[in-house]
Design a protein around this ligand. Structure first.
Ligand SMILES: CC(C)(COP(=O)(O)OP(=O)(O)OC[C@H]1O[C@@H](n2cnc3c(N)ncnc32)[C@H](O)[C@@H]1OP(=O)(O)O)[C@@H](O)C(=O)NCCC(=O)NCCS
Length: 199
C-alpha cells in the first residue's frame, strides 16, 4: 500500500536565481552560470534548536517544500514532526529548518528547507554547518542525507559542501508511492540518492 503518499506532489518552493520569482519544481531548470553573480550583503542568520513556537513555522516550511510531513529514506517512513529540528532565523522570522535524527554512527539530515524568500542567502549553508557541529558534539562520525534522483539542486548543494554520493536505490520512490511523480524540471522522481560526509 502507498504510505500516505509520502513523496506527494511538490508545491512551489524554489526561487528563480535570475528574476526572483517563486517557481514550481516541475517548471524549474538548471542553468550554467559563471561567477558573475555578486555577493550580496544580507542580514545575519541565527541558527538554534527549534523551540515549540519555532516548530510550528518549521512544520509549515517542510509542509510547503515537501507537500507533507512524512518522508521515506533509508527504507523507513519518518514523520518530520516527531524529529528534533534546527531552525534558522533571519530578521526575527524563521527562514529555514533542518530536521534530523541519530541513525547508527551518523546524524541523518531528514529534511532541509529554506523559505524561497531567503534562498541563496546562506540559510541552508548555516543550517548544515550547525548540524555538522552538532554531530561532532554527539561524537558521531558521519552525516547522511537522502534525496531523490530529480533533485539536482540538492545534489549540487550537498556536494558543494563536501558530501559524497554513496548509494542509488533504484525505484525506491515508485515502490513507496506506486506512482511516478514529476519532480524538478519535470524529471520523473523514481530513485533515492544517498550522500554522506565523514567528519
Ligand atoms: C537546497 C536548499 C536547502 C538550499 O538552501 P539555501 O538557503 O538557498 O542555501 P545557501 O543560501 O546556503 O546556498 C545557496 C547558494 O547561495 C549562495 N549564497 C549564499 N549567500 C549568498 C550571498 N550573500 N550572496 C550571494 N550568494 C549567496 C551560496 O554561495 C550558494 O551557491 P553555491 O553553492 O553555488 O556557492 C534550498 O534550495 C531548498 O530549500 N530547496 C528545496 C528543498 C530541498 O530540496 N531540500 C533538500 C532536500 S533534503
Amino acid at each position: 500500500m502507498p504510505v500516505d503518499d509520502p513523496f506527494g506532489a511538490k508545491p512551489a518552493v524554489l526561487r528563480c536565481a535570475r528574476c526572483g520569482k517563486f517557481v514550481d519544481w516541475e517548471e524549474a531548470q538548471v542553468q550554467v552560470v559563471c561567477g558573475c553573480r555578486p555577493h550580496l550583503d544580507l542580514p545575519p542568520v541565527l541558527v538554534r534548536e527549534a523551540t515549540d513556537s519555532d516548530r510550528v513555522a518549521a512544520r509549515a516550511l517542510f509542509q510547503r517544500d515537501f507537500g507533507r510531513t512524512k518522508v521515506v529514506a533509508f527504507e523507513e517512513v519518518m514523520d518530520i514532526d516527531q524529529m528534533p529540528a534546527l531552525v534558522a532565523v533571519t530578521h526575527d522570522e524563521p527562514s529555514g529548518a533542518l530536521a534530523y535524527r541519530v541513525h547508527g554512527d551518523a546524524l541523518h539530515i531528514v529534511a532541509l528547507a529554506t523559505d524561497p524568500m531567503w534562498q541563496r542567502s546562506g540559510v541552508g549553508g548555516y543550517l548544515i554547518a550547525e548540524a555538522e557541529l552538532l554531530a561532532r558534539r554527539l561524537g558521531l562520525r558521519r552525516l547522511v542525507v537522502a534525496t531523490t534522483n530529480d533533485n539536482l539542486p540538492a545534489m549540487y548543494f550537498y556536494q558543494r559542501r563536501g558530501y559524497r554520493l554513496t548509494d542509488l536505490v533504484p525505484d525506491s520512490v515508485i515502490r513507496h508511492t506506486r506512482q511516478t511523480v514529476a519532480g524538478f524540471a519535470g524529471i520523473p522522481t523514481r530513485d533515492e540518492i544517498r550522500l554522506e560526509k565523514r567528519i
